[in-house]
Design a protein around this ligand. Structure first.
Ligand SMILES: [Fe+2]
Length: 282
């Protein structure tokens, strides 16, 4: 598709598009912003290569897609800015848990509608990110399975934390308990309707979902195991190889993602900004 200024080109079977001929340091028109929002709704993850962004540029670009959210993950904030986190891995900071399939903060009352990630330093040919379309995964189910899943709720917990909250625990038991108590486990719909596209999607992930509510635990384990096996299927995925200066923006409702954990102990640095606007899951 061609707009008046930039090009949007699909780059995956189920999800993904490349936006080129655009400079995100410049002011965009209202119509251009509408086109970009529509592109994210349609393609679920979009990439802007060859950018040269300051953290403020990244915030401005991310705000096109929804109101900025102060972040609440395990990454450091950049210069105490609550909206910008720095994701740094090196020999002293191995990747922790982000190789596990997840959507961000699904344990929150109103999880982020989306996230932007900007690559500042990338080990050559390593540290890819994979996104999977959970609308495509839902569409692959039989009508019988869709009926079974309809109306179920599953528990999402902060303290599952993609395999552990060691970094927060190391800051002290009291600190950990305080964080845990301010983020109690929450029941979210197992099948969610996307608030903008109205597409149905599977809304459980192995990073944060422990069990389905009101069915026997063994049954829950079996159903979740079946659903978790959908994300690793290549036909629902897009694998992105990072270059320095690419901004990726993804729909955190429609997709899950996993980082490819193959670059330790190399240095990798990205900045991360999240935005809201999708409301409480339903
Ligand atoms: Fe994530």
């Amino acid at each position: 598709m061609t707009t008046s200024t930039f090009n949007i080109e699909k780059c995956g079977a189920c999800l993904g598009a490349l936006v080129t001929n655009i400079d995100l340091t410049l002011k965009l028109s209202y119509q251009e912003k509408i086109s970009l929002r529509a592109a994210l709704d349609q393609h679920q993850v979009i990439f802007f290569p060859n950018q040269n962004l300051t953290p403020n540029h990244q915030k401005n670009a991310t705000e096109i897609f929804g109101p900025l959210l102060p972040s609440d993950t395990f990454f450091e904030h950049l210069n105490d800015d609550p909206h910008v986190e720095v994701v740094i891995n090196d020999e002293n900071n191995p990747p922790i848990g982000t190789a596990k399939w997840h959507a961000d903060l699904t344990w929150a009352k109103e999880p982020p509608a989306g996230t932007s990630l900007y690559s500042r330093e990338i080990p050559t040919g390593k540290g890819d990110t994979i996104w999977v379309s959970m609308t495509a995964a839902y569409d692959s189910l039989s009508e019988r399975m869709k009926q079974y899943l309809e109306g179920l709720k599953a528990l999402h917990s902060w303290d599952m934390g993609l395999g552990g909250r060691q970094a927060i625990f190391q800051q002290g038991g009291d600190h950990y308990t305080k964080r845990k108590n301010s983020n109690p486990p929450i029941a979210q719909p197992l099948v969610r309707t996307h608030p903008r596209t109205k597409q149905k999607l599977i809304y459980v992930n192995p990073g944060f979902t422990s069990h389905i509510i009101d069915i026997p635990r063994k049954e829950s384990d079996g159903i979740l195991s079946f659903l978790y096996d959908l994300a690793p299927r290549p036909e629902f995925q897009l694998r992105h190889k990072w270059d320095v200066g690419t901004l990726a923006v993804w729909d955190n409702t429609a997709t899950q993602h996993a980082a490819v954990d193959d670059f330790f102990p190399a240095y990798r640095e990205l900045t991360r900004v999240t935005f809201g606007g999708h409301g409480k899951p339903k």
